[in-house]
Write a protein of this length. Sequence first.
Length: 459
Amino acid sequence: MSKKENILIIGAGLCGSLLALRLAQRGYNITLVEKRPDLRKIEQDAGRSINLALSDRGLRGLRLAGVEEAAKKLCIPMQGRMIHHENGKTFLTRYSGRSHEHINSVSRPGLNMLLLDACEKMPNVKLLFNMGCEEVDLKAASASFTDHTTGDKVQLSGDLLFGTDGAGSAVRKSMFLSRDFLFSFSQNWLTHGYKEITIPAAEGGGFRTDKDALHIWPRGEDMLIALPNLDGSFTVTLFLPFSDSDYCFDNLTTPAMVMKYFKKEYPDAVQLMPNLVEEFFENPTGPLGTIKCSPWSCYGKTLLMGDAAHAIVPFYGQGMNASFEDVVVFDEVLEQYEGNWPKIFSEYENVRKKDTDAIADLAVDNFHEMKEHTASDLFQEKRRLELQFETEFPSEYNSKYSLVTFNENIPYSEAMKRGRAQDKAILNLLQDGKLPDSLSLHEKLEKVKKETSEILHDD
Ligand code: FAD
């Protein structure tokens, strides 16, 4: 079979633009269609998460398409979590005991622009903006669009159609509405929403707080986090219940209430956010949800990827990373079965779905860990021990966080299984006083390994 099929990709966000680039590199003719204007030409909406944590799985996807080094120029390495206590004290918990392991803060539009620029350099990629997909003819790999510039209806088709149109996917909706096959779909919302606020750069362009960390203000029910940007600013995200809480989006309705809440919960952060009140009321409040669905493809013609197939909550910093990893996994399956699209699509889902289900569940776990446990003594003791294991015995131990974030060769489902068992093992041993100081670090590690394998065996 020739490699020259025409592929219509709907959604030129992070996943769609990387997918387009990779498939073009493989010789396919790509039409990449995006609902929004070309983000390289206009200023984007305020309040859309403007930076993201990029880690090894995502970098692997960028490497595959030859853009890793260019992307790294947009990155600020973050070595660990900087925890901000209510009393203003801070402490840094490193992400890993291995010094080379860190995550990166990267600009969402910056990375998207880089990928679009790379796509544009390919003679076999056509980019179309301002074209919102309305409906898909799944069997025909054809879709109807509204051209937002002219208001016209436009029909585009390919030999194959990929839906990378994000969590609210129109392609997925067409699959959901199809009566010709059974389509399973679940959407679970958290009771919390999010809102973004800015810590501007200091006068003269410096950072107002430590730039080498992801900052967290854990407060049990709610939480603030901040990631650095190259221009010296930080993007701060507030995670707060929508309702039914002393402080929630429903009752923070006046500037005075917003200031009272922030001064009480995040006094050190308030000083860094001069536009807090304006931004609180100007910026949108976003919901946070998990979407799972199946099948991801139909008729050997249409396939969902990225958030369109598996949107997750952002607490492991893995949504984009997983979407980039989708491209890597898809590329491997494509290499194996090139020419047989029905097989490629079904095998891809077969290999991949258990892993995206796993990261979806891990991300919800991490939501509770970040807001409730990161500041607790037991959690900190566990992290200290894990960091010591990773530092002293780097080839013998990986925490759950390391397995998920820095071990791109271990599938998410495996990372989840091993990581959860380890967590349980260490917490059990610590709580039962079975890791006393009289033991050497290696003896402690052996105990943790033994307990972990017993837990894995019982499961
Ligand atoms: P998107 O990036 O949403 O792209 C979809 C594209 O399709 C968009 O350009 C959209 O305009 C377009 N589109 C939508 N509908 C249509 C249509 N009908 N027709 C044509 N085009 C359409 N992930 C991480 O890895 N690390 C993080 O730190 C992180 N932080 C996050 C923080 C927050 C608050 C949120 C909400 C998410 C975060 N994520 C993070 C997740 C990450 O943003 C997503 O997983 C990632 O953007 C998925 O990429 P995508 O291309 O599948 O979808």
